[in-house]
Design a protein. Structure first.
Length: 177
């Protein structure tokens, strides 16, 4: 693996599939291999023997809770690691801001389009009943969790929700085809 920028790490094998890891918050990334103190970057080869192995670390300092919302994107052979991840502001039904500790909302942009990912963490468990209405960028939903994929021109390609009775994009209902 290699550090590909702040908050971005991936493999870059020209003749193999690769993987890209992108943090929602651009925090420093580091690859550690065979570090003695503290021990990091090792794997067991069996019989109590260790061998150096690259280990990805992302580092941040937080007073209360550190959040690591990470995109893990498999890449086809030759596919460019061209993906951007950004947090999307969330408001409740009354227009009040909802914090990232309550709802994780991400916009993932690639050459294939835009994905919105919403995970309402205010629920104790994944439920099937509709939940709390929230506005996430152009989305309005009461889903516990939702993913919606848009084409580069903004058309809905596919979507999936858990516990939703409402899913709108730019004020229009999103429905099964």
């Amino acid at each position: 693996p290699a550090v590909l920028g702040r908050g971005r790490v991936g493999t870059q094998e020209p003749k193999r599939p690769n993987i890209l890891l992108v943090q929602a918050d651009p925090i420093p990334a580091q690859i550690i291999t065979g570090q003695e103190d503290p021990p990091q970057g090792w794997h067991s080869t069996g019989q109590g023997k260790l061998a150096p192995a690259p280990t990805v670390t992302f580092e941040q300092t937080a007073k209360d809770t550190a959040r690591y919302d990470t995109l893990v994107l498999p890449l086809d052979i030759g596919q460019s690691p061209d993906a951007q991840v950004e947090r999307v502001a969330v408001t409740d039904a009354k227009g009040q801001a909802v914090g990232i500790g309550d709802v994780c909302a991400l916009r993932i942009t690639t050459p294939k389009g835009v994905d919105y990912y919403v995970n309402d963490l205010r629920w104790a468990a994944i439920a099937t009943a509709p939940g709390l209405v929230k506005q996430v960028g152009p989305l309005r939903t009461d889903a516990r969790a939702a993913v919606i994929r848009l084409s580069p021109d903004g058309a809905v390609r596919t979507f999936s929700t858990v516990g939703a009775s409402l899913l709108e994009l730019n004020g229009k209902a999103v429905r099964d085809r």
